[in-house]
Design a protein around this ligand. Structure first.
Ligand SMILES: C[S@@+](CC[C@H](N)C(=O)[O-])C[C@H]1O[C@@H](n2cnc3c(N)ncnc32)[C@H](O)[C@@H]1O
Length: 192
């Protein structure tokens, strides 16, 4: 994600790579909070060049057999993961996934989230890195109360950096865990 670049400009296609250590901390927390979660597949929509969510999920969940990254741009991700080039919002795979995890493009975060939930197997989970402010707003209130079931929120105590110079933007972030159940309008909140 990343709301804006440090100088207030966005990158093309909201390309902001996520530090794998950050991803690992989120997945460890997820394992602690949902101990019976044993995904067999992982999908990273908007995987970028590094596909850090595919990589870390395969390391942290020994049950994963398939990992797939999708990106609008051609990307050379590790060959142990399948890569699909295309617009995730239009993508129609012929299967479902048990774990859909990413740092979505800022401008498409809601669309990515709803699409991710549509692609979940029963019992599957979505893990997205989003701004804390993504909880608020009239349209997002409808999203959380009517459309997707927000199950857990892990707030990051420090603002993450998405650039090699380690500078941060002006937003606070959290990990959002969503499942495929009907929206209940309440979630468990904790801190990393
Ligand atoms: C914030 S970056 C995150 C990259 C990677 N998931 C990570 O965490 O390092 C968002 C990625 O989404 C991709 N992207 C943007 N719009 C997309 C779309 N409509 N469909 C698929 N990928 C898209 C961008 O090319 C970029 O690689």
């Amino acid at each position: 994600m990343s709301a804006k670049g440090i100088k207030g400009t966005s990158r093309p296609h909201d390309t902001y790579p996520t530090n794998p250590d950050l991803v690992r901390a989120a997945m460890l927390k997820l394992k602690e909070r949902v101990p019976n979660f044993a995904p067999t597949s992982v999908l990273e929509p908007g995987c970028g060049a590094g596909a850090p969510f595919c990589a870390v999920a395969c390391q942290e969940f020994s049950t994963i057999q398939d990992s797939v990254g999708v990106d609008l741009l051609p990307q050379s991700i590790a060959p142990s993961h399948k890569f699909v080039q295309g617009d995730f919002t239009l993508w129609q795979p012929c299967r479902l996934y048990s774990f859909v995890a990413t740092n979505p493009p800022f401008t498409l975060a809601s669309v990515f989230l709803r699409k991710a939930v549509q692609l979940l197997e029963p019992g599957g989970l979505v893990l997205f890195l989003l701004r804390v402010a993504f909880l608020a707003g009239v349209r997002r209130r409808d999203l959380w109360l009517q459309h997707v079931n927000l199950r857990e929120v892990f707030v990051l105590p420090r603002r993450p950096s998405f650039t090699p110079d380690k500078k941060t933007d002006s937003s606070d972030y959290a990990w959002f865990v969503v499942d495929g159940q009907p929206a209940k309008g309440c979630a468990r909140l904790t801190w990393l």
